[in-house]
Design a protein around this ligand. Sequence first.
Ligand SMILES: [Zn+2]
Length: 72
Amino acid sequence: MSIHILRVLGIRSKTPGVLAIAEGHMVRWDPRRGGWDCQCLTPADEYECEHIEAVRNLIDQRVTEPVKARTA
Ligand SMILES: [Zn+2]
């Protein structure tokens, strides 16, 4: 799958978000809008599409989830 990552700002950023183009579909992650979304999904779709899955697999988990504090 052809994927272009345009923007990656982690959860600790003031304006966190991920923006990518996967096979021509815009995929975004915006925690203030409920997480992942893809252009190919209609509002009725409950499930994620292959584009979201592919982009998410490229993004480090630390981008979208707060790093847990280390226990000493
Ligand atoms: Zn999609």
